[in-house]
Design a binder for this molecule. Structure first.
Ligand code: ZN
Length: 297
């Protein structure tokens, strides 16, 4: 589906060089020899490349990330911008509805709906399905409806994307609400009645950079979405970082203060957690997977 966006690049007069994932050396060589102005990839892959290669002096001025949350998290974005020496903006599409429906402007302050007139946007409470106002600071699951699709149009399609809404005027002049995806409803964990998104934990962990690498893994101890505290979270340290208990405690305190969830932080050396060339997995498989009713109507 994301490949459909390639036609849009041509339409605005860009030459695109399709490289794909799976061969980082080839991609870096393409950047060095063909000197593109921009690259488009998942935030996980952008982080992975910047970890293994010095890209700060490359020709790339723009990194457009999409496909998973992350690009809009301030600390994660700052790390990507430093690693690439480039401006990072995020975009978001929904495979079932359309590619690149939303995108950030120069202000990097949430994604504008670029698909006005093609898709209708709603916000709902993911548990009850009740509609929520699209007002400043609102949060909920994104629901989209095709307006002009002639083949298999979808009505009130639940994206499972959990978003926050901003309606304050944007300096770019575009109107309408802006969104930021903070996680997948599917990834949500409920710890003693508190809804927790692994991406929200990662966002807090990232504020401890440069001591941490930004890679985390939540390790549920029981099958299903409901977990008992403390929730085990593996946090990877930055290269050569030697932090210990003090850092683990500081991270746990911050997560508890901001998300009201008790975690047990395990620090591991740099390179310990698996990297992704596509989308990062933030949650490890539970000890024994059983079917849960959560998230299925
Ligand atoms: Zn704007």
């Amino acid at each position: 589906m994301a490949g459909a966006a390639l036609a849009a690049f041509e339409r605005i007069g860009l030459v695109h060089i399709p490289v794909g994932t799976g061969n980082s050396a080839l991609l870096v060589r393409a950047i060095e020899t063909l000197e593109p102005d921009a690259v488009v990839m998942t935030p996980s892959y952008a982080a992975h490349l910047a970890e293994g290669h010095d890209l700060r002096d490359s020709s790339v001025q723009r990194v457009l990330v999409a496909g998973e949350p992350g690009g809009g998290e301030p600390a994660f974005r700052a790390k990507l911008e430093e690693g690439w020496g480039a401006k990072v903006t995020e975009a978001m599409g929904v495979g079932d509805i359309g590619p690149s429906l939303f995108g950030e402007c120069e202000q990097q302050d949430g994604m504008h709906l670029g698909a006005h007139g093609f898709a209708h946007l709603e916000l709902i409470d993911p548990e009850t399905g009740d509609a929520r106002e699209l007002e400043d600071g609102a949060e909920g699951e994104l629901v989209l409806t095709h307006l002009r699709h002639r083949a298999a149009p979808l009505l009130r399609f639940r994206t499972r994307d959990h978003v926050t809404v901003a309606t304050s005027p944007c300096a770019c002049g575009r109107e309408g609400p802006r969104i930021r995806c903070i996680g997948r409803t599917d990834d949500m964990i409920i710890v003693r009645g508190v809804n927790v998104f692994p991406s929200a934990i990662r966002q807090l962990v990232n504020t401890f950079a440069p001591q941490v690498s930004g890679h985390i893994l939540v390790r549920p101890t029981a099958p299903g979405v409901k977990q008992e505290p403390p929730l085990p979270v593996t946090v990877e340290l930055a290269p050569n970082a030697t932090a210990g208990d003090e850092l683990a405690q500081a991270i746990a305190s911050k997560v508890r203060a901001e998300l009201t969830v008790r975690t047990e932080i395990e620090l591991v050396p740099f390179g310990h957690l698996q990297r992704s060339e596509y989308k990062s997995r933030l949650v490890a498989a539970a000890p024994e997977r059983t079917v849960t009713s959560f998230g299925h109507d």
